[in-house]
Design a protein around this ligand. Structure first.
Ligand code: SAM
Length: 322
């Protein structure tokens, strides 16, 4: 099914995944992408109230998650069912995939710190960062697409976020006069972990992957340059391709004054994981509850460190530093 069926994985992706993970895991990924994903949401503590009771009273069946008290799966519900509820229109819940809730948790935002969200729209993670700090941090939320930035502003307001400032700009052009304690780079990517299979896909091409890689490289170097010494960067994508994930992180670390901080705590609580080729990083396998996602945490130590060795099958490409 993987190679030829236009309703399964696009051939270029199938080929890359087989090379990266082998045939068996590629089949598992494909069957995960073919499933109709369970609806999930995040309760928004910024709006107060007992929202989970409100949802139960509205007849919504909720299943909590071990790794985040505000996250719920809604096993017998569609997004449209949720969108009809006052809790949705009044911003007490945010429809969000489970995997997408993980990068802000890994970022571990703290009150009274400066946080940059480099690719922010439509705002799932910006609103989560604000919620995790009870609106007590200072978020600069960048989005280069003006229409998506409008959606971001709308969501921030609807969710009661008062600690975020939206910049409609290309994050690669941010002035180096800025510096941040923490940065989230939820990078533009091919979306290989979130493909909606079951219909023909002509959008997923080698050119798309290459274009994303170019943007990811420029954005991650910018992120490191804007990070304070001792600060932390979370790099995430909704891709499960090593080229957009581990290789981008290796590229950024090569010759830098930064190192990996291991992402832990998700393996033992039911999050389906794929093997990564860079120790300490997390890659989520698409299944009925989770989208495919990659998360890495990097700390700027201020001292140059030895580059982590790649696995035998690929070599990092050196780049010119400005
Ligand atoms: N973090 C968002 C969330 O959780 O809702 C999703 C981000 S989406 C993966 C990537 C976003 O980055 C898109 O809205 C895209 O327009 C924006 N983007 C892409 N390149 C950018 C750049 N160079 N500077 C700022 N935003 C960029």
């Amino acid at each position: 099914m993987c190679d030829t069926d236009i309703f399964g994985l696009p051939p270029v992706l199938s080929e890359l995944l087989k090379r990266q993970y082998g045939d068996e895991v590629t089949e598992k990924i494909e069957s995960g992408c073919l499933q109709k994903r369970t609806v999930s949401l995040r309760i928004n503590p910024l709006k107060g109230g007992n929202t989970s009771d409100e949802l139960l009273q509205a007849g919504i069946n909720l299943a909590g998650l071990e790794w985040y008290g505000d996250a719920y799966l809604l096993p017998s519900c569609s997004e449209a069912d949720v969108e009809k509820l006052p809790a949705y229109s009044e911003g007490r819940v945010y429809l969000q995939s489970l995997s997408s809730m993980i990068p802000p948790l890994v970022l571990d935002p703290r009150p009274d710190t400066d946080i940059l969200d480099m690719a922010a729209a439509p705002g799932g993670k910006t609103t989560e960062i604000a919620a995790l700090t009870s609106n007590k941090c200072r978020i600069t939320a960048c989005e280069r697409d003006p229409i998506r930035a409008q959606r971001l502003k709308y969501n921030l307001e609807k969710q009661g976020v008062s600690c975020a400032y939206v910049m409609v700009t290309d994050s690669r052009t941010l002035s180096d006069a800025f510096s941040f304690d923490k940065i989230l780079l939820d990078a533009p990517c091919s979306g290989s972990g979130t493909l909606n299979l079951g219909m023909p896909n002509t959008h997923f091409t080698r050119q798309l992957i290459d274009k994303c890689i170019r943007a990811q490289k420029a954005l991650i170097l910018k992120a490191l340059s804007l990070l304070k010494v001792g600060g932390e960067l979370v790099y995430s994508t909704c891709s499960i391709l090593e080229e957009e994930n581990e290789e981008i992180v290796r590229y950024a670390l090569d010759g830098s004054d930064a190192e990996i901080v291991p992402v832990s705590g998700f393996d033992a609580c039911g999050v389906p994981l794929l093997q990564t080729s860079l120790a300490g990083t997390l890659c989520i396998c698409p299944d009925i509850n989770y989208e495919g996602f990659f998360v890495a945490k990097i700390k700027k130590t201020g001292r140059r460190v030895k580059t982590p060795q790649p696995s035998a099958k690929q070599k990092p490409r050196r780049r010119k530093r400005q």
